[in-house]
Design a binder for this molecule. Structure first.
Ligand SMILES: [Mg+2]
Length: 270
């Protein structure tokens, strides 16, 4: 029996695999666990990885690749033996995703580029007469990058209604708090000014995310951006909102404590 594809299942697999590989980027994978669960469970249609009309997903914040691999593994798109090679020499599952992996359409990790990829995919869908959707997941710090705003301008101008961007607004980036490194607020006003429909969401509330992301859209012509308010390291109290967990790997003791906390929260969940 495969476990449910939810944020808790992704969180558990991220912790196990990052510990096994002694690889970091944990906090930024945990902040998107619920967003990725909802996107893969409720938004992207299940078609083959080679179906030209498949929906497209761009993990612009490529350093959260482990959360993406976890979703693919839970869904059964990535076999278990391959998932277990994460971070090993010679694996296809590197710290950043590669388009050579079935189910991964875009190699990412050079930050600030994913929204441009997604714009191209949405424009191509229109040109091809395809009803496919395109979802891009960005970090909030990618909104520091000029290329993100060039893509936002392009999507607004071309009314790319097939495009949805989700921004993981966790308030953290590699070297500090976003409000201290480069302030982004009022972020909703900025996206709105570029011609996007803006929805703010509690980013760890799967029901709320599903209500926003799953339906076909009321305004089919404007691109949609969801500002998902999240927490770095969500679900593991000693990681929460602590910038060190952008990059650090766990010790054995930390991994045990983190998994115990996720299990306890799961048992007490309604
Ligand atoms: Mg961030």
């Amino acid at each position: 029996v495969s476990p449910a594809l939810d944020g808790t299942a992704i969180r558990r697999r991220v912790l196990e695999a990052s510990h096994r590989a002694h690889v970091g980027h944990i906090g930024c994978s945990l902040s998107v666990a619920e967003v990725i669960a909802v996107v893969f469970r409720c938004v992207l249609r299940r078609t083959g990885p080679d179906d030209p009309d498949r929906d497209r997903f761009v993990l612009s914040k490529g350093h959260a690749a482990l959360a993406l691999y976890a979703a693919l593994a839970i869904r059964g798109d990535l076999d278990e033996a391959t998932f277990l090679t994460f971070g090993e020499d010679g694996t296809r599952l590197g710290v950043h995703p590669d388009a050579a992996i079935p189910g991964v359409d875009f190699s990412t990790g050079s930050l600030g580029q994913g929204l441009s990829f997604a714009c191209g995919a949405a424009l191509a869908a229109r040109t091809a007469g395809s009803a496919r959707r395109v979802v891009a997941l960005l970090s909030d710090a990618e909104c520091d990058e000029g290329s993100t705003w060039e893509a936002a301008l392009f999507a607004g101008h071309h009314r790319l209604g097939a495009l949805t961007a989700v921004v993981d607004v966790n308030g953290s980036q590699a070297l500090g708090r976003t409000r201290e490194v480069l302030g982004l607020e009022p972020l909703a006003d900025k996206w709105r000014a570029f011609g996007w429909t803006v929805v703010e969401a509690p980013g760890h509330d799967e029901s709320a995310l599903e209500r926003i992301l799953a339906p076909r859209r009321a305004d089919p012509d404007a691109p949609l951006v969801v500002l998902a308010r999240t927490e770095l390291g969500h679900g593991v109290s000693f990681m929460a909102n602590d910038v060190r967990w952008h990059y650090a790997p766990m010790t054995d003791e930390q991994a045990r404590a983190a998994l115990a906390e996720v299990d306890a929260a799961d048992r007490s969940a309604p």
